[in-house]
Write a protein that binds this ligand. Structure first.
Ligand code: PGA
Length: 252
């Protein structure tokens, strides 16, 4: 497989100032020098600078969990791409299912964020995935294709190197029930085909597609062994240093 694995931790609305720094410092010591796998952690906005400092000297990159699609101005509560770069973020997660389904983000809003992040030179983890009802109704491929197509509207092939896609079936997030390796592989292969059609075969071949949804030390290796699974976006298990370390090592 030509793609280097990429494991990212999405801490969501968890940790305190103290526990975030402790977690980052522990990871920096345990897996901070691995170079056969790319690693990132995405703490809450307010802890980004402290976590950045705790990661200093390690190869673990910093990511944010969201960003807004305007540069500045009257957008109370929002955070811009320049702010993220200013505090040392390399990555930003865009279109996470909790943003879509709890906060009401649409494919169009997500597309605007992707365009803005591309223009700012941030790397992004663009999340897609179907609801349980959609899977049960046989709509998985339709839903994921729609999310990918609208999300990437207006993105140039020359910017596609900034893109990681995370396939996260909504029914697998935080439930303990992961997609089977076969289910993940099937959707990942379809996403790669979409990328080949939307960009080029080379872009499709190079773009990393992470799986997310109840990834843990016990299932990581098997999921990561699939041909088109190039890494993982890890929620719950990324809050435990030993678990995140085990998942990172499973990617080696
Ligand atoms: P989970 O979350 O690993 O806790 O299922 C994954 C995610 O939401 O990114």
């Amino acid at each position: 497989m030509p793609r280097k694995p990429f494991i990212a931790g999405n801490w969501k609305m968890n940790t305190t100032g103290r526990s975030a720094v402790e977690l980052a410092a522990t990871l920096a010591r345990s897996i901070g020098s691995l170079d056969a796998v790319d690693l990132a952690v995405c703490p809450p906005f307010v802890y980004l600078p402290a976590v950045k400092a705790a990661l200093a000297g390690s190869r673990i990159a910093l990511g944010a969990q969201d960003v807004f699609h305007e540069d500045d101005g009257a957008f109370t509560g929002e955070v811009s791409t320049e702010m993220l770069k200013d505090v040392g973020c390399r990555y930003v997660i865009i279109g996470h299912s909790e943003r879509r389904h709890v906060l009401g983000e649409t494919d169009e809003m997500i597309n605007r964020k992707i365009i803005k992040a591309m223009a700012a030179g941030l790397d992004m983890i663009f999340c897609v995935g179907e609801l349980l009802e959609e899977r049960k109704s046989g709509l998985t491929m339709d839903v994921v294709s729609r999310q990918v197509k609208i999300g990437l509207e207006g993105v140039a092939a020359s910017d596609a190197g900034r893109l990681t896609i995370a396939y996260e079936p909504v029914w697998a997030i935080g439930t303990g029930v992961n997609a089977t390796p076969e289910q993940a592989q099937e959707v990942h292969a379809m996403i790669r085909q979409l990328l080949a059609g939307r960009f080029t075969a080379t872009v499709a071949d190079r773009t990393r597609i992470q799986y997310g949804g109840s990834v843990k030390p016990s299932n990581a290796a098997e999921l990561l062994r699939q041909e088109d699974v190039d890494g993982a976006l890890v929620g719950g298990a990324s809050l435990k240093a030993a678990d995140f370390e085990a998942i990172a090592r499973a990617a080696l």
